[in-house]
Each structure stands twice: as C-alpha cells, then as structure tokens.
Design a protein around this ligand. Structure first.
Ligand SMILES: Nc1ncnc2c1ncn2[C@@H]1O[C@H](COP(=O)(O)OP(=O)(O)OP(=O)(O)O)[C@@H](O)[C@H]1O
Ligand SMILES: [Mg+2]
Length: 247
C-alpha cells in the first residue's frame, strides 16, 4: 500500500519533470520543513510560464503553489517588465535570476493588490521560483476562470473590475498589465484578479500603454458578453489617471 502510494507520487512528479527539477525539489523541501507546505496534491493548471498545484499547509488548509519553470520561460519577455521597475534594479540577466525576480515580483504585486483592497489571492511566501498563494476555490475545486464561467451580472462586474483597476492604480501605483477574462477567476460570482507577475508601477516606461490595453481588453470582453452602455476607453483611462486621452 505504502509502496503503491510512493510509486504513484513518483509518477506524479515524473510527469512534471521539467517543473520539479532538483533545485525546485530542494526549495519545496525547505518550504515543507518550515510548515508552509504539508504535501502537494495535484495539478490545477499548466500555463505558459508556470504550473499551479493544489497543496495543503501544516494547518490542513488548501493553498495554491505556483512554480515558475526555470528552463522554459520567456526570459526576454520577462525582462521587458522587470527592466524599468525600480523595485528590481541591478538584476543579472541570467535565466535563473530573471525567473526568481519574476516570482518575487508577483508576490510583491499581490501584496499591493491586498493593500489596495482588491480581491486577489493573498500571497503567503515566495522563495526562488515558487510562490505560495491563498487557494481560491470551494473545497478542493478551484474557482473557474471568468472566460469559462462568465458573470451572471456583467453590468455589476464591469463596475467592479474598473474599480479594481482604479484602486490598484490610485492606491498602489500598480497596473496589472495582462488583464482579461483569462486572468480573472469567477469565485461564486465574485471577480478575483490573478496572474499579476507582469504588473508594473506607474512610472515604468510601458505603464500607460499597459493600462490602456487592460482597459480595452476588459471593455471589449464585456462588449462580447453583450453588455450595452459600455463607457469609452479614453474616458475610463482619463478618470483613472486624471490624464488627457493620450497623456
Ligand atoms: N490562487 C489560485 N487559486 C485557484 N486557482 C488558481 C490560483 N492561481 C492560479 N490558479 C489557476 O491556475 C491557472 C494559471 O494561473 P496563472 O494565470 O496565475 O498562471 P500562468 O502560468 O500565467 O498561466 P497562463 O499562462 O495560463 O496565464 C489559472 O487560470 C487558474 O485556473
Ligand atoms: Mg494566466
């Protein structure tokens, strides 16, 4: 029985060999020794840069474990968002350092979301390429993305999401930078922002362009959902930043 369980565990990790390389296993081990992780249960998602797993902590609570792959991430793309961020000056352009910085950046951005009162998973800890987060779901079932489960009340959601963009910008000087229905979870009809690693501060060279893109993505999505009376992107942009349309 034990042997069978062990083989199963080994199989589970083998499938994810690319994710669970030796340094990553060592980091998991450290996090386990410190009580942050009790055991990893199974995959929630395989994304472009990271894999997300369901786990339990030593208080028997579910947590999400986001593991950034250190070999197959798009480093060039990551660097675009890291350079120009005064929180991460002097980063060495080595693959490993880029990914570790990216992971820390998502942690810090999630802290900012929390401080701004914006609904996003609470960050627990970031270590190397591993980010531990509050798990968003019911029991062990993760909340679906808003792409998969669109809101029942789009009007209410649009207002909420625009207020989230505004709170991030005005209270914490942060722009999500990849906002869309794919990076919003529908948690019992409540929007939860996720995947905020690329988020930049408002003095980043690409900040305003990213903010515009976020606003447009959201407005277009609600248009596709059939919502009427959608505000103009420029008006929203101006209200959030206090700037003129092209400022
Ligand atoms: N805290 C969480 N609680 C529950 N599910 C989560 C959580 N974080 C992420 N997920 C799930 O994992 C998926 C991927 O997460 P995320 O978007 O942060 O990573 P990613 O690697 O950037 O993925 P992608 O490339 O698909 O955007 C999400 O769509 C969601 O289904
Ligand atoms: Mg994502």
């Amino acid at each position: 029985m034990i042997r069978e369980k062990y083989t199963k565990e080994k199989e589970k990790f083998k499938t994810y060999k690319e994710v669970f390389d030796e340094p990553t296993m060592r980091t998991i081990h450290k996090l386990t020794n410190e009580g942050h992780i009790e055991y990893v249960m199974g995959p929630i998602s395989t994304g472009k840069e990271a894999n997300v797993f369901l786990a339990k902590n030593s208080d028997d609570e579910f947590i999400a474990v986001k593991i950034f792959r250190t070999e197959t991430s798009s480093f060039e793309n990551m660097l675009k968002y890291i350079k120009g961020d005064r929180r991460f000056e002097n980063i060495k352009p080595r693959k490993k350092d880029i990914v570790f910085t990216w992971c820390k950046k998502e942690f810090k951005n999630l802290e900012k979301a929390y401080n701004a009162g914006v609904d996003a998973p609470r960050p627990i800890i970031s270590r190397d390429n591993i980010l531990l987060l509050e798990f968003i779901g019911e029991g062990e079932i993760p909340a679906p993305t808003a792409k998969k489960n669109p809101p029942k009340d789009p009007k209410k959601w649009l207002t909420k999401i625009l207020n989230m963009i505004k709170a991030l910008y005005q209270k914490e000087s942060l722009i999500h930078g990849d906002l869309s229905e794919y990076n919003i979870l529908n948690f019992a009809e409540k929007p939860i922002l996720i995947d905020i690693g690329q988020g930049v501060l408002k003095d980043h060279p690409a900040a305003l362009e990213l903010l515009k893109k976020d606003i447009e993505n959201i407005l277009n999505w609600f248009k596709r959902l059939g919502l009427k009376d959608i505000p103009e992107a420029n008006k929203v942009y101006k209200e959030i930043t206090g700037k003129k349309e092209d400022g």
